[in-house]
Design a protein around this ligand. Structure first.
Ligand code: TRH
Length: 385
């Protein structure tokens, strides 16, 4: 077990995370926990019910132990038989997870009840602004509040570590650093190629996109982290059992499978690429901080409610683009999320490349002009006191 960090921490925060599926829940809470420790000097316990998912993005995690310190965060295994502990000053239930009942009692028994917040899913829909910060349910006399991330003023903002964009810019201006980083992942960029990362759920539209990339006059080097889309990649290549390290070439398209890397390395991968296909929530935000054009595969929800979220984001994202560029990128995103043919949409998108590249930078700066989510949470607490 790593040692207790020597920090003069006054406020204690508990973050609870249940891993529903995939990596978004742990991805967001791990990022937030680290930032609260590193930038706000808080003592943070991160309670996680599935340490194996966590281990994928933080290989130092020892999945056999219940309590460990990682990068200044006290990581606790949230087991089914949760033992009584003292409740913290601030309690965050990520993505509406249900806190252990003994913990809820501990909150109610504190002399001063904690600030209890539900950190919600990210959405660009209008109603988010009206609901952000509102009181939710009560447990005994302890009030819970809604905290919504978002893209507009009046929301809780987006996770963004201090200095992130400066680090990104420095890296993007340093071809040697990029080359060395890629080489560390076993990537030798195909000369003259566009670099594309592909992190997505299963998608019937992939084959037509790969057809388009293979037939393009500019070569493409497609980097695919191990994950759910690999089956579609295998089908297109006519192969099975693709694993990290595999490289296959079909006409102008080089496909390379990558291992799942730690979050910071995934960031740098996005910064290296000309175009990033991302998914879910956290990778979606990180691709925006990369300042490069992106393609979002949204997490599918019942009754297609995710499509409203997709449209809400698109409305915001494309509003300052020219009409043709707007149509091209919206068409591409809609086709991808419907699993439809991508060929024509990809070609239209390529026609507006310089505009889309510039726009990705402008959008990134606009988003970065607002307080980041960790700072907004701390401010919410200060206002509540
Ligand atoms: O894994 P996801 O599909 O998670 C989803 C979403 O959060 C969705 O909203 C939620 O409802 C569902 O889970 C349950 O996609 P997301 O959010 O992008 O999370 C992936 C995380 O994995 C992110 O933190 C980036 C990280 N990552 C790495 O650390 N290394 C890698 O190599 C890759 C590809 C990703």
């Amino acid at each position: 077990m790593s040692e207790l960090p020597q920090m003069k921490k006054t406020r204690r925060w508990d973050i609870f995370c249940t891993v529903v599926d995939n990596y978004g829940d742990i991805g967001v809470t791990w990022r937030l926990a680290r930032q609260l420790v590193a930038e706000h000097g808080l003592a943070v316990r991160l309670w996680v019910d599935d340490l194996r998912a966590f281990e994928r993005m933080c290989p130092e995690i020892d999945t056999r132990i219940d309590q460990q310190w990682q990068q200044g965060v006290e990581v606790r295994h949230w087991s089914a038989d949760f033992q009584p502990v003292e409740a913290a000053d601030v309690v965050i239930a990520a993505f509406a997870c249900q806190l252990p009942s003994v913990y809820m009692d501990a909150m109610a028994e504190r002399e001063k009840p904690p600030l209890w917040m539900n950190l919600d899913y990210l959405s660009a829909e209008d109603w988010v602004i009206g609901c952000h910060g509102l009181p939710s349910v009560k447990y005994r006399h302890v009030q819970k509040f809604f905290f919504f991330p978002g893209f507009r003023q009046g929301t809780g903002g987006l996770l963004r570590e201090g200095g992130l964009l400066d680090r990104r810019q420095q890296f993007q201006e340093d071809p040697e650093a990029q080359r060395a980083f890629l080489q560390g992942l076993g990537i030798d960029r195909v000369p003259g190629s566009q670099l594309i990362s592909l992190f997505a759920y299963e998608n019937a539209g992939l084959a037509s996109w790969m057809d388009a990339l293979a037939g393009d006059s500019t070569p493409t080097h497609l980097l695919v982290p191990e994950g759910r889309i690999l089956g579609d990649v295998e089908r297109w290549l006519g192969l099975s059992d693709l694993t990290a390290g595999a490289v296959h070439v079909r006409d102008g398209l080089t496909v390379q499978v990558l291992p799942f890397v730690r979050q910071d390395e995934y960031d740098r991968l996005l910064w290296c690429c000309d175009f990033n296909a991302v998914r879910g929530e956290d990778s979606f935000v990180r691709a925006q901080w990369a300042g490069r054009p992106l393609l979002w595969h949204i997490y599918q929800q019942e009754e297609d409610v995710h499509l409203d979220k997709l449209e809400a984001f698109l409305t915001l994202y494309v509003k300052d683009l020219s009409e043709p560029a707007r149509e091209a990128i919206s068409g591409l995103w809609r086709a991808w999320n419907a699993g439809e043919k991508m060929t024509d949409h990809w070609q239209s998108t390529r026609k507006h490349w310089p505009e889309l590249q510039k726009h990705a930078q402008t959008w990134c700066l606009e988003q970065a002009s607002r307080p980041d989510l960790a700072a907004a949470l701390v401010q919410f607490y200060v206002n509540w006191l």
